[in-house]
Design a protein around this ligand. Structure first.
Ligand code: DSN
Length: 417
């Protein structure tokens, strides 16, 4: 990309932008929550809409001059409604955790009980971690995966819900490779009189792309970030049934946020428009096919994939259990070859979060570059070579060269298109 004005006005920032571009082009991006946005999304983010204050909502703002801004926010809302069949959408949340904070504020009182998926088993910080607002302000009753299956046992979720009687059940994850049974979550919530809140941050794109079941019809409220599989700008949104619309809107503003970022909302509208096209369904199907191919290729090389595989875009690999390499060592070795992944706890991990047994891998970004199943074999070969020679500088440099050569065969939309 060219940034002629940054180059002229601020060479220090320009040089950083160009180095990050090179890193993104020359590396293999396997972080499950990352993706590459289109040039159109980038352009909307870099637009004059950043100049405007628009606290409030379309038609009810606290500043004048919002007649154009109202149009872009309404457009984003309409497209999100069409994508997910939502009765009400708030597109203002700045990111996933503030969106979730707004949902808690809208539905609960401090101290209320929430059933959430344990972080060390695949949940998210905002689903009840003791150091997060969720764990500090609310009473959390966690649910887990089964020790043998490493998947969520819905009978156990029901038993915990009947025992704990939560006010809200939170269904969602950051590191779980299997499907969620939304219908059963709804039935359990109804049985105990709880709200059902789904956080679909990781899989929103796969739902919009019609490859995974849509939880919106089953849930009272659904939140998602917009930058993962949905391939939009860094941000979030909340969808809900009409009866919760006013509470959700008030919780976002003035409850949690001030002025919305309308340049990002414009970019959300662009991304939703892209996701409404048939090509996005092809993309979403390929993300899952690639994840399965990568999991298979790694398993054939002796890596244990948690729960035996994946139904979505991500997988957890038990690196320590398979190869006696810790997650931290694995992340470092792969980083030295230009392969980006993140260390991750695996269910019932005996190791600590900063150096756990596992790594998390995902295929949304490589699929955006056009990689197919056969390319996943090459990716697995490169990973295996890097991990096997993690203490051999010369070999890591050689693998880095092969990673670069592979990556440059696949242009990065947004940078090169
Ligand atoms: N940080 C995100 C992830 O990587 O899954 C979750 O917010």
């Amino acid at each position: 990309m060219n940034y002629p004005n940054v180059a002229k006005e601020d060479p220090a920032v320009y040089e950083i932008l160009k180095r990050e571009e090179a890193r993104e082009r020359e590396g293999i991006e396997l972080i499950a929550s990352e993706n590459y946005v289109s040039r159109a999304v980038l352009e909307a983010m870099g637009s004059v809409l950043t100049n405007k204050y628009s606290e409030g909502y379309p038609g009810k703002r606290y500043y004048g001059g919002n007649e154009v801004i109202d149009e872009v926010e309404n457009l984003a809302i309409r497209r999100a409604q069409e994508l997910f069949g939502a009765e009400h959408v708030n597109v203002q949340p700045l990111s996933g955790s503030p969106a979730n904070l707004a949902v808690y504020m809208a539905l609960l009182q401090p101290g209320d009980k929430v059933l959430g998926f344990s972080l060390d088993q695949g949940g998210h910080l905002s689903h009840g971690h003791p150091l997060n607002f969720s764990g500090k302000l609310y009473t959390i009753a966690p649910y887990f995966v089964g020790k043998e299956t490493e998947t969520i046992d819905m009978d156990e979720v029901e038993a915990i819900a009947l025992r704990e009687r939560p006010r809200m059940i939170l269904a969602g994850f950051s590191a779980y490779s299997r499907s969620f049974d939304w219908k059963r979550f709804r039935a359990i919530a109804d049985k105990v009189g709880a709200y059902l809140f789904a956080d679909i941050a990781h899989i929103a794109g796969l739902i919009a792309g019609k490859q995974l079941e849509n939880p919106v019809p089953f849930c009272d409220v659904v939140s998602t970030t917009t930058h993962k599989t949905l391939r939009g700008p860094r941000g979030a949104m909340i969808m809900c049934k009409e009866q919760f619309a006013s509470a959700i809107d008030k919780a976002v503003f003035p409850g949690v946020q001030g002025g919305p970022h309308e340049h990002i909302i414009a970019a959300k509208a662009v991304a939703y428009g892209e996701a409404l096209r048939p090509e996005f369904q092809t993309y979403s199907a390929q993300v899952i096919a690639n994840a399965r191919a990568l999991a298979d290729a790694l398993q054939k090389k002796g890596y244990r994939v948690v729960s035996g595989g994946t139904d979505n875009h991500l997988m957890l690999v038990d690196l320590f259990g398979s190869k006696e390499i810790t997650g931290k060592e694995g992340e470092k070795a792969l980083e030295r070859t230009g392969i980006s992944i993140n260390k991750n706890m695996i269910p019932f991990d005996a190791r600590k979060p900063m150096d756990p047994s596992g790594i998390r891998l995902g295929t949304p970004a490589l699929t955006t570059r056009g990689c197919k199943e056969s390319d996943m074999q090459t990716v697995a070969d490169l990973m295996d070579d890097a991990l096997a020679h993690r203490n051999d500088d010369a070999k890591l440099a050689e693998v880095r060269g092969r990673v670069r050569e592979f990556a440059l065969k696949f242009p990065v939309p947004g940078i090169e298109a």
